[in-house]
Design a protein around this ligand. Structure first.
Ligand code: NAP
Length: 281
């Protein structure tokens, strides 16, 4: 079984991006800039944002974090986004989710200029991805896609099952696999026989949020299994895939932690650089 090393893959991607930033700097005499808006003092969000800032600095991006208290008015955030939209030194804008209840998430997402939407959540980018046009792609599915392509460069004709249909993970993942000519089944909480669906799959991507849902006898020999889940349990952090059981069957599997997670931030940096490059055309 191939243990898909997300840490190594992310480090390789960051090294490539660092070189690309240096080249862009010498060509344009400026570097891509990432601005993150962080609202409130939720610890996980603070950790994510700190890691994003550290990684952005490592590859040579200009990075800025704008912090607001939980009580900030929606209007203030929307005005700041407008200001960042017209700031030429800002290539990418990310508003860290979740947001306090009084702030309308969709309004915030739609306020971001689609050409600076490094999360790929703006309806314009969602539409572009599903129409097969160039777009920002949500970072976690993009990371999963790059890991799958490392194991199997030609996905044409493969059967893929995506478990979970969130806008964040399942739906964009489905679009990426479809673009690679996979035959894709997207499953969810109302799917009748999830085990039977998974048993058909050459590729399984699990993004559910249920600890160890995908069991060893759900997985065909030689399947590639990507575990997006991050679940806190009494036994520590586990994924949506039963690692012990599935590792006995699968051809390749991502561990949790150390699989998809590290690729997510690396892909955010990639998206920022891609937004910059598109803005220079
Ligand atoms: P989400 O928005 O809660 O969506 C979960 C999806 O799973 C829904 O579509 C739901 O179906 C489906 N589902 C629930 N129970 C199911 C079942 N028994 N069988 C099949 N499908 C079922 O979750 P998310 O935001 O996509 O996150 C999923 C997991 O990924 C979480 O553990 C999260 O922490 C993790 N995550 C990891 C990263 C990373 O960087 N590695 C990034 C983001 C999220 P319905 O639509 O029918 O409700």
């Amino acid at each position: 079984m191939i243990l898909i090393d997300g840490k190594k893959a992310a480090a390789e991607l960051r090294a490539e991006l660092k070189e690309e930033v240096a080249e862009l700097k010498s060509k344009h005499n400026k570097v891509p800039g990432l601005t993150v808006i962080l609202i409130g003092d939720l610890t996980p969000s603070q950790i994510y944002v700190r890691n994003k800032e550290k990684s952005a600095n490592e590859v040579g991006l200009k990075s800025e974090v704008i912090k607001y208290p939980d009580s900030v008015e929606e209007k203030t955030v929307l005005e700041k986004i407008q200001e960042l939209n017209s700031d030429e030194t800002v290539s990418g804008i990310l508003v860290q989710l979740p947001l306090p209840k009084h702030i309308d998430k969709q309004k915030v997402i739609e306020a971001i200029d689609p050409s600076k939407d490094v999360d790929g959540f703006h309806p314009m980018n969602v539409g572009n991805l599903s129409s097969g046009y160039e777009s920002s792609i949500p970072c976690t599915p993009l990371g999963c896609y790059l890991l799958i392509k490392k194991i199997e460069p030609n996905l044409s004709g493969k059967k893929a099952v995506v478990v979970g249909r969130s806008n964040l993970n399942g739906k964009p993942m489905t679009q990426l696999l479809l673009k690679e000519n996979c035959t894709v089944t997207i499953t969810h909480s109302k799917t009748k026989d999830l085990k039977a669906e998974c048993l058909e799959a050459d590729i399984i991507v699990a993004a559910v949020g249920i600890p160890e849902l995908v069991r060893g006898d759900w997985v065909k020999k030689d399947a590639i299994v990507i575990d997006v889940g991050i679940n806190k349990t009494d036994n520590g952090i586990v994924g949506d895939v039963h690692f012990g059981e599935v590792s006995k069957n699968a051809k390749a599997l991502t561990p949790v932690p150390g699989g998809v997670g590290p690729m997510t931030i690396a892909c955010l940096l990639k998206n920022t650089i891609d937004c910059f490059k598109r803005s220079q055309i």
